[in-house]
Structures are given as structure tokens and as C-alpha cells.
Design a protein around this ligand. Structure first.
Ligand SMILES: Nc1nc2c(ncn2[C@@H]2O[C@H](COP(=O)(O)OP(=O)(O)O)[C@@H](O)[C@H]2O)c(=O)[nH]1
Ligand SMILES: [Mg+2]
Ligand SMILES: [Zn+2]
Length: 302
């Protein structure tokens, strides 16, 4: 007979996890065997271990979705599972890389979850017009955009409203202020990070792959630390086409049903780019991601 109960993974470390039990308490757990690879946001079953403070993770329940990206060794690494909202964060500094934002938004479309763009460090903006032009492109497509400052507190309440009732993840280049925003949204986060470290018996500088924090106003948010600027892995070119919302919408009117919107004649997408109905910058992101994904697929086949 088993004492297994359901729980939620709230933080992952090397070989260890923090999991939240049904009563809301958080405990430290380790994985049974090598095949199980739970990630933040996973629903799992755990069993208490006799004479130990740790629990044992015995199964990962089926995932509704997962966000994956390549890691430093080029392997696909799942960042988090069972998300309902993705927030792509950009700022200056670091020099904004909107292609990374577009790749994450594409991944969110493929996962069929909502997404939004947060432009942080708005307190440092010099060229307001150039920024508005880019944000307007995202608004036109239908993405909510928020200009925030973790420093001054500008529009942090709007971010909290967006996250209400959701399981959200913050993604984007390192240094844009993801952790700073989350710290301000969850007033007690520094305490929680300390607790996590002592419960796992490891030092303060333990690398946390990702961690989920509950928000005072409801909802939860996952921070995704990383030293390098990873972008999500997309495994088929068909997915790239559907991942750019405005492109797949207009693409219905192309002459060829399987139009890739690259060099085909009578391509409604290219026409829409020429008439500026579709942003040339987004179209460049689309083509770049298409080529990248195509290369990836070819390499895998070889
Ligand atoms: N001026 C300004 N600095 C910020 C803001 N948000 C974060 N920072 C700073 O940007 C740096 C990187 O922030 P961090 O939260 O670690 O970024 P992350 O890598 O995305 O988690 C830190 O030095 C923060 O103090 C902001 O809104 N305005
Ligand atoms: Mg961070
Ligand atoms: Zn086309």
C-alpha cells in the first residue's frame, strides 16, 4: 500500500526539488530513479520517507504543456510545465534583442497559452518614439504590452493584474529585470529563497534552475534564471508558421495552402509586409526562425 499524495513542484535544484503539498506546506523532495525529470509547475505524486525529512517523488502526472529551450550543452531542457501565461521581458540595457522576444511569443502560441510583452526599465528610456513603434507592433497583433520599472514601481500593479489566477513565467535576456520585478511583486521572496536554501541543506549560492512564487493577489509566477540568453527550441517548421499569429492569419489568403511565405508567388504575407500591415521586423524574425528551425530539422534527420 502506498502513501502517495499529489503535490506541485515549486523549485528545482541539482537533484532536489521543493514541492507544495495539498495543505500548502512546502517540503524538500528527491526523485525516485533516474528516469523521472520533474520541472517547475509539474504535478507529481510524492511519498513521505520514513525517518527522513525529505519526500520521494514517485511519478510525474501528464503535462498540459511545457516550455523547452536548449541548454549550454545543446540538449533540450524543459524549463517549466503546465503554464497558462508567458511574459516576455525586454529592457535597455541590455541591448534589446527583439528576436528573442519573438521566439518566446512563438513558443507561447505553439503551447496555446496567453502571452504578453513587458518593457522594463522604462525609467531609463531615452528614445520614446522608437520604443513606442515596436510596442505598437505587438499591440496591433493583440499582445498586451506593459511598460514597467522595478526601480520606481511603475505599472507593477498592471503586471500583478495580468498574473491574477495564472501560472505565468518570466522569460527574456538576462539583466532585463525579471527577478527584480518578481521580487517586488512577491514581497516575501527573499525570505523564501533563504528557506529554500536551508531546507535543501545547500548553500546560499545553490543554482536554482527555476522557482515558482505565489503572488499576494493570486496566481503564481516562475522566474527563469540563466547566465546566457537562451531562446526556446521549436522542433518543426510548421510550428514556426503557426507561431507568428499575424502571419498565419494573413497566410490563409496565399495562393498555395502550404505557402511558407518566403519566395512563393501570390503570397498574401509578403503583400501585407509591403503594405505595412505586417511589421517588416516581425517578418524578418519569422524568416530567421524559419531558417534556424529548418537547419535544426535537417541536422536531426542527417
Ligand atoms: N533602472 C532600472 N534598473 C533595473 C530595473 N529593473 C531591474 N534593474 C536592474 O537591472 C539589473 C538586472 O536585474 P535582474 O532582476 O537581475 O535581471 P534578470 O536577469 O532579468 O533577472 C539589476 O542591477 C537591477 O537592479 C528597472 O526597472 N530600472
Ligand atoms: Mg534573474
Ligand atoms: Zn504566403
Amino acid at each position: 500500500m502506498s502513501d502517495a499524495v499529489k503535490a506541485l513542484v515549486t523549485a528545482t535544484f541539482r537533484g532536489r526539488m521543493n514541492v507544495r503539498l495539498a495543505d500548502g506546506s512546502e517540503v524538500s523532495a528527491r526523485v525516485k530513479g533516474r528516469r523521472l525529470r520533474p520541472v517547475c509547475g509539474d504535478e507529481i505524486t510524492v511519498e513521505p520517507l520514513r525517518n527522513e525529512r525529505e519526500w520521494l517523488i514517485t511519478a510525474v502526472l501528464p503535462r498540459r504543456n511545457r516550455l523547452a529551450r536548449p541548454n549550454m550543452r545543446g540538449e533540450t531542457e524543459i524549463l517549466a510545465a503546465n503554464l497558462t501565461l508567458l511574459i516576455a521581458v525586454a529592457a535597455d540595457p541590455p541591448r534589446p534583442d527583439w528576436f528573442i522576444v519573438d521566439r518566446y511569443l512563438c513558443a507561447a502560441e505553439i503551447m496555446a497559452i496567453r502571452s504578453a510583452v513587458v518593457y522594463n526599465k522604462v525609467d531609463l528610456v531615452r528614445d520614446v518614439d522608437a520604443l513606442q513603434e515596436i510596442l505598437e507592433e505587438y499591440r496591433q497583433i493583440g499582445y498586451p504590452t506593459i511598460e514597467s520599472s522595478a526601480q520606481t514601481g511603475t505599472n507593477l500593479a498592471a503586471i500583478a493584474t495580468l498574473l491574477k489566477g495564472e501560472t505565468g513565467i518570466f522569460v527574456g535576456q538576462s539583466g532585463v529585470g525579471k527577478s527584480s520585478i518578481i521580487n517586488r511583486l512577491t514581497n516575501d521572496s527573499s525570505q523564501r529563497v533563504a528557506e529554500v536554501s536551508s531546507a535543501s541543506g545547500e548553500g546560499r549560492h545553490t543554482t536554482v534552475n527555476s522557482s515558482m512564487l505565489s503572488l499576494p493577489g493570486g496566481g503564481a509566477v516562475i522566474d527563469s534564471p540563466g547566465v546566457r540568453d537562451y531562446a526556446p527550441a521549436i522542433d518543426s517548421i510548421e510550428k514556426v508558421v503557426t507561431g507568428f499569429k499575424e502571419i498565419s492569419l494573413v497566410g490563409q489568403y496565399c495562393r498555395f495552402a502550404n505557402c511558407r511565405h518566403l519566395r512563393e508567388p501570390h503570397c498574401a504575407v509578403k503583400e501585407a509586409v509591403e503594405s505595412r500591415e505586417i511589421s517588416a521586423r516581425r517578418y524578418e524574425s519569422y524568416k530567421r526562425l524559419y531558417r534556424l528551425t529548418d537547419d535544426l530539422v535537417q541536422t536531426r534527420r542527417a
